[in-house]
Design a protein around this ligand. Structure first.
Ligand code: NAP
Length: 296
């Protein structure tokens, strides 16, 4: 049987808007529509969701805006995630756990479609590595959902290089969404970004501002990194946020950072980073401040 998976040709925008915090922004439907329009005007056409965000309410909150302004859907790529069973009042599981069984993945994909008022999801990621994942069985589930036209492309998030390879053997995965920021360097050394480069698959990057810790953190690392970055940002005449995005974008795996800001100015600061190419010296100065010691 021919592969049901299309050639992995999805183009995400170079900056992706993340909606994890959407329900805390307290925007009414019209303000949400306007927020999406302004993001699109900035060239941000990819929107990152997850079934569990906002206590399982974020997708429906975003979807209400798409229902009010359906023409927006054609101008964007919808990315979402599933696979975490997160305990909440709405879902009183005894514990949090991961679930990539066919029935659960299908149920969550169908729920995402319904909440987002969409006929198709452009990209669905397995949110975290499920130690009990049966790669072949999961690939079959992906294939069926793709044949049904419900999901175009597949990927993963927070997977190690070997966990990525295990599933990629069965399904052409599009991306691994990873944490990377001047405050969180693991992906530089754990092989995930090397693998992305080797395969030519652009990683998506979450919490590029350390979830806001870059601005407000009082721990030693945050204070050190902020002082270093403020000096560089002043010299380059850019904001601290723009510098953090430029630092992520400088990696040769050509990452697509995912924003977390509810402010349009926050999105603008991210997009401004596309015009900045950091010198190796500045990039390593930030790395050094983060590590607290020079390169060996
Ligand atoms: P982030 O960009 O690291 O942090 C965003 C936070 O920083 C917001 O609270 C924002 O507040 C604040 N911030 C931005 N600029 C600021 C400034 N100048 N001063 C003070 N605070 C500032 O991103 P994130 O929200 O942690 O993550 C981004 C996206 O990644 C999420 O929306 C989600 O889509 C995705 N994500 C994925 C995973 C995963 O496991 N795959 C995990 C976490 C997140 P304002 O709104 O006020 O700007």
């Amino acid at each position: 049987m021919p592969s049901p998976f299309p050639v992995p040709d999805l183009q995400l925008s170079p900056i992706v808007a993340g909606l994890w915090r959407l329900t805390s922004w307290k925007l009414d439907v019209q303000a949400r529509v306007r927020w999406i329009e302004q993001a699109l005007e900035l060239g941000i056409t990819s929107f990152d969701h997850a079934d569990i965000y906002g206590d399982y309410e974020e997708e429906a909150t975003f979807g209400a805006a798409l229902k009010a302004a359906p023409a927006l859907r054609r101008r964007m790529q919808l990315v979402t995630k599933c696979g975490i069973r997160l305990r909440s009042a709405k879902r009183p599981y005894p514990i949090n756990y991961y679930d990539t069984t066919p029935a659960y993945v299908r149920a969550q994909v169908e729920r995402s479609l319904q909440c987002l008022h969409a006929d198709q999801l452009d990209l669905v990621l397995i949110h975290r590595p499920d130690y009990l994942m049966d790669a072949e069985e999961l690939a079959d589930t992906f294939a069926t959902l793709t044949r049904e036209g419900k999901v175009r492309h597949w990927g993963v998030s927070n997977h190690s290089a070997s966990q990525f390879a295990l599933l990629h053997r069965h399904v052409p995965l599009l991306t691994n969404q990873l944490e990377l920021s001047p405050l969180h360097l693991d992906a530089l050394d754990d092989g995930t970004l090397d693998q992305a480069q080797q395969l030519g698959l652009r990683p998506m990057i979450w919490s590029p501002l350390g979830g806001g810790r870059l601005f407000t953190g009082t721990d030693e690392q945050a204070v050190r990194v902020r002082a270093c970055m403020e000096a560089i940002a002043a010299r380059l005449r850019i904001s601290l946020a723009t510098l953090a995005f430029a630092w992520v974008l400088r990696h040769p795996s050509r990452p697509c950072p995912v924003t977390g800001s509810g402010r349009i100015e926050g999105l603008r600061e991210a997009v401004a980073a596309l015009e900045v190419r950091l010198s190796n010296e500045d990039w390593y100065a930030i790395w050094t401040a983060s590590q607290g010691h020079p390169v060996p």
